[in-house]
Design a binder for this molecule. Structure first.
Ligand SMILES: Nc1ncnc2c1ncn2[C@@H]1O[C@H](COP(=O)(O)OP(=O)(O)OP(=O)(O)O)[C@@H](O)[C@H]1O
Ligand SMILES: [Zn+2]
Length: 631
């Protein structure tokens, strides 16, 4: 839309605010590319974009700012203006867009790109507070949580978004005014009982998980199940079997020691596809109702596969034969072995031991998992899958839909208008779905949950010299003396406890030696409920203090006077429900089941189903108009 049309649609005030605002876009993937285009086209003055990843072939179908020649280049850096304004010849639509952007907006748009992880300590609270709005276009919980936390600490509005297939969601988050990302619990990942994966698989996914979460980490990672997919909790029934499995894993550890020898590959094969299977086959009472597993024969397969070339691994649409899988297994094992050797050779002694983890876009690990899936499937008489299908299953891939991303990105920008106008009463939680009567549905924003451990906290800063101040200076000088804490409280750094009444070892340690840097967070959890309710959590941001000629000064609290409220006894009591709602909060709309709520790009807190709401709300474009998109 030309700049004049935007001004006419949005009004001079909002257009000016947009031009003057500085925004941060976290993630330059499916939603991120769309969002960047929207932000530039809408005329946002300064856009910072960050992404840790490089471009993969599989990104090109929807991440339209990237071309084939960009593969392996930084997403964030390719997202700079050059790629926006110089589309490859022949792509008419892109040329039109680029020309439009170049002519109308380029003089005003300032873009800054970072090829980095948003959790990096240099992106601290002070850095976040430079932005007027942060947009999340991420694909994982940890990064989302981190940005949520930083935006709350820096008091910067966050527009959180995510998609899974045809479903999408946009959530506006403002400290103290709306629910934060963590106000609602997030669904956990699917886990499989260890015995199903290791002993009695019955479905193709069990064989894939075995390769991905057991064998690969045992050989090249940090040990069994780096990612917590296999539930190894011990019960009376499985105790004996778990003991046996531990012994088997230990044997594998010994074989791992011989990784640099020629025998490695044969030893691994014989152990996991023959000896372990023979042991299992001999287990009493196990195979009365099931077909017993059939061990594989290395020499026989070696003979049968003599004429097969390892390039068979490139065939990804059909399932490999057993002999083909055997060839790919050996080849992938050797590729991974050489890679790990190189990683180890180039690592410095202080680096953590190098490992290789499964990544659906990493051919070596994908080949390994596909081949092991077929070998193990054959042993247990379970159907196997092509490499393409294995990638989908092992990578938990729900196909990304470009139009869902595009619509979600558009909705993010519409919500940002409400934020810029300070009009949270009309901002919405927005949902995209295909199954209901309407594609787009919305819900009013809720106030923060008073019991949320992330946003219902009180924040303060403490200025200290990190090199000389100790934890005791904070505990005694600040928390007990200044803030009146009793004996019963603990201090957390991230998820780890560094102080509680029974953990006093750290008191004499310098803050710096406890891993605290400028702008690190500490959370103080009051556990003293003797006389009255405990205080809400206190989030202390530790700030490096400039030293004066007189030397080290005591820790200084900012603000100096701080009243820490008590935790509310009952759920929502005491919240100002009218703060955000437009009188329409509980109009009988059905909330979505939590299992439906897990979007790949962001678990959903709740969702309104349009069919239950005949006069259902639609997305407000402005105070007068509305759009309604029928399925
Ligand atoms: N901690 C982080 N810091 C910076 N960028 C991140 C971080 N975590 C994830 N990202 C980026 O967020 C983007 C999310 O985009 P998207 O969901 O489309 O994933 P993708 O990896 O591009 O695609 P797919 O997973 O479907 O192959 C990715 O480009 C990813 O690199
Ligand atoms: Zn919260």
């Amino acid at each position: 839309m030309p700049a004049t049309s935007i001004k006419r649609s949005l009004g001079v005030d909002l257009t000016t605010k947009i031009h003057e605002s500085r925004v941060l876009l976290v993630g330059a993937g499916g939603i991120g590319c769309e969002l960047l285009k929207n932000l530039v086209l809408t005329g946002f003055g300064e856009i910072h974009i960050i992404d840790l990843d490089t471009i993969d072939l599989s990104n090109l179908n929807r991440q339209f700012l990237f071309r084939h020649e960009h593969i392996k280049k930084s997403k964030a850096l390719v997202c700079n203006l050059t790629s926006l304004f110089l589309p490859s010849p022949g792509t008419f639509a892109m040329q039109a867009v680029a020309k439009e952007i170049a002519q109308k907006f380029r003089p005003n748009a300032k873009l800054e790109a970072y090829h980095a992880n948003i959790t990096d300590s240099r992106f601290n609270v002070a850095w976040f507070s430079k932005f007027d709005i942060v947009f999340n276009a991420l694909d994982n919980l940890a990064a989302r949580r981190h940005v949520n936390h930083m935006c709350l600490a820096a008091n910067v509005p966050l527009i959180e978004s995510g998609t899974t297939g045809f479903n999408g969601q946009v959530q506006v988050i403002e400290k103290g005014k709306t629910e934060c990302y963590d106000c609602n619990p997030k669904p956990t990942v699917t886990t499989y009982p260890v015995c199903t994966i290791r002993t009695t698989p019955s479905q193709p996914i069990h064989c894939i998980i075995w390769g991905k979460s057991y064998l690969l980490p045992e050989l090249f990672g940090k040990g069994e199940d780096d990612n917590g997919t296999i539930d190894t909790s011990e019960t009376a029934e499985n105790a004996e079997e778990i003991g046996e499995l531990r012994r088997e894993a230990k044997e594998l550890e010994d074989i791992r020691e011989s990784m640099d020898t020629e025998e490695f590959e044969g030893k691994v094969f014989e152990k996991v596809f023959k000896h372990d299977i023979e042991r299992l086959r001999g287990a009493e009472g196990m195979w009365e109702e099931r077909k017993p597993p059939e061990p594989l024969d290395y020499d026989k397969l070696n003979e049968e596969s003599a004429s097969i070339d390892s390039t068979i691994s490139k065939v990804d649409q059909r399932e490999w034969t057993l002999a083909e899988a055997f060839v790919v297994f050996r080849d992938a094992l050797n590729r991974l072995r050489s890679r790990l050797k190189e990683l180890k050779a180039s690592a410095s002694p202080t680096d953590p031991t190098p490992t290789i983890e499964f990544d659906k876009d990493d051919e070596d690990t994908l080949d390994f998992v596909t081949a092991t899936g077929i070998l193990r499937g054959t042993i247990f008489g379970i159907d196997s899958n092509s490499k393409f299908k294995t990638k989908e299953m092992a990578g938990n891939i729900i196909p990304a839909i470009a139009t869902t991303n595009a619509m979600t990105a558009g909705l993010c920008v519409l919500q940002s208008f409400k934020v810029l106008q300070d009009d949270l009463r009309n901002a919405k939680m927005v949902f995209l779905e295909r199954s209901g009567a309407r594609v787009i549905n919305s819900d009013s924003l809720n106030p923060p949950r008073p019991d949320c451990a992330v946003c219902s906290v009180i924040s303060a800063q403490v200025a200290v010299d990190l090199a000389s101040a100790t934890l005791e200076d904070i505990v005694e000088g600040v928390l007990k003396l200044k803030l009146g804490y009793g004996e019963e409280f603990s201090i957390l750094k991230g998820q780890g406890v560094i102080y509680d009444p029974d953990l006093e070892d750290n008191l004499s340690k310098k803050l710096q030696d406890l891993g605290l840097g400028n702008q690190s967070f500490l959370t103080v959890v009051d556990e003293d409920d003797q006389d009255q309710d405990p205080r809400v959590n206190l989030e202390l941001i530790v700030v490096q203090r400039e030293e004066t000629a007189e030397g080290a000064k005591p820790a200084q609290l900012m603000p100096e006077e701080l009243e820490i409220p008590r935790k509310p006894k009952h759920g929502l009591a005491g919240t100002d429900e009218t703060q955000l709602t437009n009188g329409n909060v509980s109009n009988g709309k059905r909330k979505r089941d939590s299992e439906d709520d897990q979007l790949k790009n962001g678990p959903v807190a709740k969702k309104v189903a349009a069919e239950s709401n005949g006069n259902g709300e639609v997305i407000d474009l402005d105070d007068e108009g509305a759009i309604l998109i029928d399925d």
